[in-house]
Design a protein around this ligand. Structure first.
Ligand code: SF4
Ligand code: FES
Length: 248
């Protein structure tokens, strides 16, 4: 395939940035989108120019690093995949593809397609964990009975990879699907009950402090989430928050 790429280039956080057009040729439909970007970068480097900066790590849908806004959609036109799992067969020969960084106030652009998502880490640090006694008397997790439904729902919530597609997709740049998933994975399990009140209050407070917007129930986040995180997690977080507010 031969393609035209319109890519956001921005030298630094302070640079104004602009769209720059590139041509790539002989792209295989079996390549992943990131492999196509590698071909482009080789081409750019051979010309002595600066390659396009983009985030990636696992390249198998696990780390959540490969944030790209492709043709107006987080992680591109396919469903249930990250950019590294997106195949070039989703595009046609001769296509023009627009590639931008995830855009949200709480995800400032660092360079080209790389954004700073440490706001998610600060939300996690504010409550996305459980404290476990490691004195040697820790209860064996397998001896704590958990219903199949709770275990399944907690596992589903825990599949969130923190990619930020929900934020990039939301017209309000809301992080409620991410935070909802992180709150839910503990709220559903007995191990999460001890710190449940502080957890939801602190995580929501940090989410607001980072400048994420509110949820207005459009559901775009759920559609674009590569891991199929359900809106039910936002509803659960709201219930947890309400009950914690009365206790807190
Ligand atoms: S909820 Fe989905 S879209 Fe949002 S960070 Fe988690 S995996 Fe990514
Ligand atoms: S590079 Fe890890 S999810 Fe895409």
């Amino acid at each position: 395939m031969n393609l035209t790429l319109k890519i956001w280039r921005q030298k630094s956080a302070k640079d104004k940035g602009q769209m720059v057009e590139y041509k790539v040729t002989e792209i295989s439909e079996h390549m992943s989108f990131l492999e196509m970007m590698d071909v482009l970068n080789e081409q750019i480097i051979n010309k002595g120019d600066e390659p396009v900066a983009f985030d990636h790590d696992c390249r198998e849908g696990i780390c959540g690093m490969c944030s790209m806004y492709i043709n107006g959609e987080a992680h591109g036109p396919d469903r249930g995949v990250t950019t590294c799992q997106l195949h070039m067969r989703m595009f046609k020969d001769g296509d023009t593809i627009t590639i931008e960084p995830f855009r949200a106030k709480a995800f400032p652009v660092i360079k080209d397609l790389v954004v700073d998502r440490t706001s998610f880490e600060r939300i996690q640090q504010s409550g996305g964990f459980i404290s476990v006694n490691t004195s040697g008397n820790t209860q064996d997790a397998n001896s704590i009975p958990i219903s199949k439904q709770a275990a399944d729902e907690a596992m589903d919530a825990a599949t969130c990879i923190g990619c930020g597609a929900c934020v990039a997709t939301c017209k309000n740049s809301s992080a409620m699907l991410f935070v909802g998933a992180k709150v839910s994975q503990y709220a559903l399990l007995p191990q999460g009950q001890v710190e449940a009140t502080d957890r939801v209050l602190n995580m929501v407070a940090q989410m607001d402090a980072e400048g994420f917007g509110n949820c207005t129930n459009t559901g775009a986040c759920e559609v674009e989430c590569p891991k199929g995180i359900s809106l039910e997690n936002i509803a659960r977080m709201n219930r947890e928050y309400l009950s914690a507010s009365f206790k807190g």
